[in-house]
Design a protein around this ligand. Structure first.
Ligand code: SF4
Length: 358
């Protein structure tokens, strides 16, 4: 069991973050909010896949105003991503936004920060301070050898945090991202020991689906295993649905959360005589509809299959022209190869019905 570091609780719309709330999953739409219908479609598609908070880039006033129409039909809370112009934050609040991502040190004079905080305060709208290794202020770079360091990133985050604290506003969460995984891990670990606020974890510009999944899993996963992190965003170059799927797998792999059925499958070897890759893809797809936390194994052979997958609730193991269906390591029946997947799901369905009856 991972012991999570306690942090101060905040709420973004209906989603609790910190103070031992489940680690929540965030993503970001790729659409400009002025395209209202497209934005709503993308947000609700992400929500259906398991996304719990969604961020929208707000590049101008038209986008900040469009949030109002999006908010009415969005299934999950919205966070406005704003850079430099505090007036966009004010308009986003008027449009009903649930959270802001804006750096208090980057929006001009302190008067601008005061205006945003004054407007956010009555609604307790949280502000995410998002520090990126790639955009540290010059004075911090100068003080840290001219390049981004974990200490420089922490110093920058603390500067922003102190601005909000000086205005007696503590509804905040903080991210301190880098594309360099060891740097990101070091920075989050250092920051975590210094502040009580919840942390939003991410590896920034992690890359394509394959590379980004690996980098994010290592960076985010290492910190979560340390007990650090309250909400996560896996950043991938591709359909953001993948971000949600990867985030769920990171959280379930660390047993921090469960999201319905999970699958284990063997890598195959010279003993395998069925098309296991195809079978595993089909099983994985069909399992997405099952919300019960069952574990299903897809194994290439009967020699080691059921034994290796003893922990699985159900499983199939291939043979020559046929295969077996097993449950908790025990063989239930033998069926022709073509009927393996359907028979597996018939057994699972039957089991789920008995759960409902109980
Ligand atoms: S389950 Fe069978 S086919 Fe799969 S890796 Fe093990 S021995 Fe090889």
């Amino acid at each position: 069991m991972i012991e999570r570091k306690p942090t101060k609780g905040i709420q973004v719309g209906t989603v609790h973050i910190g103070n031992h709330a489940p680690v929540s999953i965030q993503s970001m739409i790729t659409t400009n909010p002025v395209k209202v219908e497209q934005s709503i479609e993308e947000i609700n598609r992400l929500a259906t896949a398991g996304c719990e908070l969604v961020r929208l880039a707000v590049p101008d006033m038209a986008a900040a105003k469009a949030i109002k129409d999006i908010k009415e039909r969005a299934m999950i809370p919205l966070i406005a991503d704003i850079h430099f112009d505090y007036r966009l934050a004010l308009q986003a609040i008027d449009s009903g936004i649930d959270g802001l991502r804006i750096n208090p040190g980057n929006i001009g004079s302190i008067d601008n920060v005061v205006k945003v905080v004054e407007k956010a305060k009555p609604k307790l709208i949280p502000i995410r301070i998002g520090v990126n290794a790639g955009s540290l202020p010059q004075h911090v770079l100068d003080a840290h050898g001219g390049h981004p360091t974990a200490d420089g990133m922490v110093e920058t985050a603390l500067e922003h945090i102190r601005i909000l604290e000086s205005l007696e506003y503590d509804q905040m969460k903080v991210s301190i991202k880098a594309t360099d995984v060891p740097l990101m891990i070091e920075a989050y670990r250092k920051l975590s020991s210094k502040i009580p606020y919840p942390l939003h974890l991410g590896v920034t510009e992690a890359g394509t689906i394959k590379q980004g999944t690996i980098k994010s899993s290592i960076g985010i996963g290492t910190l979560l295993a340390d007990g650090i992190g309250d909400t996560i965003r896996v950043s991938l170059t591709g359909d953001p649905i993948h971000e949600v799927e990867v985030a769920k797998t990171i959280l379930s792999s660390l047993e921090l959360r469960t999201f319905g059925a999970t699958m284990i499958s063997c890598p195959t070897c010279g003993r395998c005589q069925v098309n296991l890759f195809n079978m595993a893809d089909i099983v994985e797809e069909r399992l997405k509809a099952i919300k019960a936390p069952i574990r299903v194994a897809v194994m290439g052979c009967v020699v080691n299959g059921p034994g290796e997958a003893r922990e699985a609730d159900f499983g199939i193991a291939g043979g020559k022209g046929q295969g077996i269906i097993f449950r908790k390591g025990k063989v239930l029946k033998t069926v022709p190869e073509q009927e393996l997947v359907d028979t597996l799901f018939a057994e699972i369905d039957q089991y789920l019905l008995t759960l409902e009856d109980n």
